[in-house]
Structures are given as C-alpha cells and as structure tokens.
Design a protein around this ligand. Structure first.
Ligand code: GLN
Length: 485
C-alpha cells in the first residue's frame, strides 16, 4: 500500500471503507507529515488534537455510506469554522473565533470529513503569491525559492506536499486555478452561485466562489459533489440540479467542440506557455475533441475591469472591520481615531491599496467613469463568452502566463503581480466554471497548467474534458521533499 499521505482521495476513501486503514491512522499520518513540514508555513492554525478525537469517534461508530468517511482535510483560512480561529490571513482577524460554520465546510463535515486545520492565504484573498499574509509567506514544495501562487497558496502548498488529501480554496480572480497551476495540482472554480458563499470571509461578493483543489480530476469531482449545494443563507446561491460529478465522470469527449481564443496569445508570453497550449490542443484532438478557433474580443479589458470591480466591492465589504464588532482593536483618543488606528494597523499594505482604489472608483464624480464603465465592460466580456458558446462546448487556454515565480520577485510591483491573473479573471467576471489541470513542465522543471472553461453550470462537461486529457497528459509532479524535517 502507498504511504498514507501519498494516497489520492479516492484511494483513501476506498482503504477506509474496506477497513484497510482506520480514520485515526489516516488522520495521524497526515498530522505527522504536517508536523514535519512546518517550514512550508502552510498552516495558520492547526486543530490536530481535535482531529484525532474526531477520527477516533468516527472509527468507533463508522458510517461508510458517507462520501468522505473519516477523511482528514485542511481548508483555506477564509472559511469560517465554528469555535476555530478564522483569520483570512489578516492581523485584523487574528483573534476572530466564529460562532458559525460556513456552508461549504459544513457540507464537508456532514459527509464525514475531519478538519485538520486552517491553511495560509493572502490577506483577505488579495494576492497571487501568498506573500500578503500577515502570517508570513508560504513556500512551494516544488522549490524553496518559489511562491506556491495565491491567494490559496497554503492550500496549494499543503496539497502538493501531501499534508492533506484534498483541500478547498476560494477564487475571486484565479486564486484556485493559479496556485493549482503553480504547484502541479488540479483546481476548479465552479460556476458563480453553485457553492454557497455563506460563512466565507467576503472579498468581492459578485466574483467570490469556493472550489475544490486535488491531486487529480476524479478527486476534484468527488469534492465538488460534496461542496456544491443550494443554500437559502446565500441570496446568490442558485437552485439548479447538481450532477453526481464523480459518478458521471466520463472520458468520452468524442465530438466535443473546444474553442481556442486567439486573444489569449498575449504579447511577451513565454514560448513554453505557447508550446504547452499547442500540446494541450493536440491532446484534446487525441481525445476525440474538435478544435475550433474563436474570438473573445474584450479579453484585453478583463484585467483592468477586474481591478476596478474587485477593489470596489472589497472596499465596501471591508468597511465592517472597524475594531468594534470583532477582530483586532487599536487604542484611540476618540472613536474616529480608534477606527483609523485599527484599520491602518490591522490591514496590510495590499489590502489598504485595494480599499483606496475601491473607495476612489466608487466616489462621487468617479463612479460613472470607473465603476459603472467597468460594469458595462464586464457585460461585454460575458457576451463574448455567450457568443463563443453558440459554437463550442468549452474553451481551452493556458492557466497562467508563466510558471511560478520567485519569492520576492514581484512583491513590490503590483502591476506585474496583477498580470498573473490575465487568463483567469475573465472567467470570474462572466461567472463561469473553469478548471486548471497540470499539463507539463517548463525548462526549470516547474509545473504548468491548462485551463478549461465551461458554460455556466456545465461543471460535468469540463470535468470530463479534464479527466480525459489528464490520462493523455500523464503528468508527474516533481517534488523532492526538501522541506521535510
Ligand atoms: N490574484 C487576484 C487578486 O489579487 C485574485 C485573487 C483571488 O482570486 N482571490 O485579486
């Protein structure tokens, strides 16, 4: 039997169901590896003692009909977990212990999973490298000098390092798909409205979505089936018939029409990314898909649009952190002084930058010129996809314009950092599902990902395409365990 932490989610489920291993053994194995992997800084808070207790309880009274029977899982620290500290990677929530549970995590525990702990992330999920966290940056298990991507960087690092069999992240502009691409793992951003946002620390409410991250497509389907649910507690939750994603997973994609958008050939894109994309096109053809050239003419406006809409919503969402209701409070001479000090000491510089941009674009006199204009462009971007989907069933693009970069390399250059999201943000602006699958390595041996974008609520279709391509690609992650103590 493979080392427990190196088993895939479906292997683990199988081994627990057939009593080859107990939940306690599995939980202890992941805890042991996590303890030895502190160097990665993947965890903000661990709940190891509680996890062992829960695993023992499961073993005493097992229910093997559950979808995640006794499976230990660590999650991004953006999901509120009842009675367990939830920080969103920020000093301002450093002492916040929620009294309620997010719907997505509740769905996971309802299916028998056990919380291992809360994983590091960029502050309020703002970032592409996990360097904006108040709790320090996360290292990539691929190479100690590399960022794991962001904002779900702790999730990606923990997953790639086998500290958790699967994990969940959130994706506002690429924060699941980009770190998945950087670490050779699979990440799915579901259609907006398919996973509840209830209990997820809000960044930009019209873009935020939770989603699964995994070692392979099948595990991704299993987890998506668990987390995707209609929820009355989220007014943007959509009541559609959710598929049995893992059961209906199929490699037969014969005749599927896959679009290749010419606007994604951006200037200065490394040759390796171009080659990877071509390789992906060939694999898709090998799988029986038909390749069709398409145009998404407003793609170039997606990034500037995102960097108006997202900060605007963030500035409004983050107004609630005032030192009164919850979280960190600074001493002040009077109420206004207390607000000011709390917010300037409690938020990091990237968050403050976004609040300033957001407040500016929403302010009287600039609202029409920026925010309203951005909303109109957002509509055009969505219309591009609607047009394209009259001709194709899915769209194939690279996930990111480069492989993982070095820690510190882009930290002081926000624009170059923002450029990372160029292929992922259009998907959030249009509310569509997108999956990143590992598809190759660059010449330094760093992973590269391909993105498959689907029609709204068509997760099954992109999972099937990913599943079928995954077999052809046969990707092997190059991880050397350098960080293990
Ligand atoms: N990197 C993007 C940003 O900084 C996306 C973040 C996300 O998806 N949460 O806003």
């Amino acid at each position: 039997m493979t080392d427990i932490p190196k088993q895939t989610l479906s292997e683990l489920i199988n081994n627990i169901k057939t009593k080859k291993i107990s939940s306690e053994e599995a939980t202890k194995a992941f805890i042991d590896r996590s303890e030895k992997s502190r160097k990665l800084n993947a965890y903000i808070t661990d709940s190891f003692d509680r996890a062992i207790k829960k695993a023992k309880q499961f073993d005493q009274n097992p229910n093997f009909d559950l979808k995640l029977p006794g499976i230990p899982i660590a999650v991004k620290d953006l999901f509120c977990t009842k009675d367990i500290k939830t920080t969103a990677g920020s000093k301002i929530l450093n002492n916040f212990i929620p009294t309620y549970e997010s719907t997505v995590t509740q769905n996971i525990w309802n299916e028998g999973a056990i919380l291992l702990g809360k994983l590091n992330c960029d502050e309020f999920a703002m970032g592409s490298s996990n360097e904006t966290s108040y709790f320090g940056n996360v290292q990539s298990p691929i190479d100690e000098n590399l960022v794991p991507g962001g904002s779900s960087g702790g999730s990606a690092s923990a997953l790639a390092a086998n500290l958790t069999p699967v994990t969940i992240g959130t994706d506002t502009g690429g924060s699941i798909r980009q770190p998945a691409s950087f670490t050779g793992t699979v990440g799915l951003k579901p259609t907006y409205g398919s996973c509840s946002r209830y209990g997820i620390v809000a960044f930009a409410s019209s873009l935020d979505q939770a989603g699964p991250m995994s070692q392979n497509v099948k595990d991704c389907a299993i987890l998506n089936e668990v987390i995707s649910s209609y929820d009355e507690k989220d007014s943007t939750s959509v009541d559609f018939k959710r598929g049995k994603y893992s059961v209906e997973l199929s490699k037969n994609i014969k005749g599927k029409k896959i679009g290749i958008p010419k606007e994604y050939r951006v200037d200065g894109m490394p040759k390796e990314i171009e080659e990877l994309w071509q390789k992906g096109i060939n694999f898709a053809k090998d799988c029986g898909a038909e390749i069709i050239d398409i145009s998404l003419p407003h793609t170039t406006y997606a990034l500037p649009t995102y960097y108006i809409v997202a900060p605007a919503e963030a500035s409004s969402n983050l107004a609630r952190y005032d030192g009164v209701k919850y979280g960190f409070r600074s001493k002040g001479d009077n109420l206004i002084d207390m607000y000011e000090k709390t917010r300037s000491e409690g938020f990091g510089s990237e968050v403050q930058r976004r609040i300033m941009i957001g407040t500016y674009v929403l302010s009287s006199g600039y609202y029409d010129a920026y925010y309203l204009k951005a909303q109109k462009v957002r509509n055009l971007i969505k219309n591009d996809f609607d047009e394209a989907y009259k001709k194709v069933d899915a769209i194939l693009t690279p996930s990111t314009p480069s492989s993982a970069f070095k820690i510190g390399e882009k930290k002081d250059d926000p624009v170059s950092m923002y450029l990372n999201d160029i292929f992922t943000v259009p998907v959030n602006l249009a509310g569509l599902p997108g999956i990143s699958i590992p598809a190759g390595h660059d010449k330094k041996g760093y992973p590269l990902g391909l993105q498959i974008i689907g029609k709204a609520f068509d997760e099954q279709n992109i999972l099937n395409i990913a599943y079928s391509m995954e077999e052809k690609i046969n990707f092997k992650n190059k991880i050397a365990d350098w960080w293990i103590k």
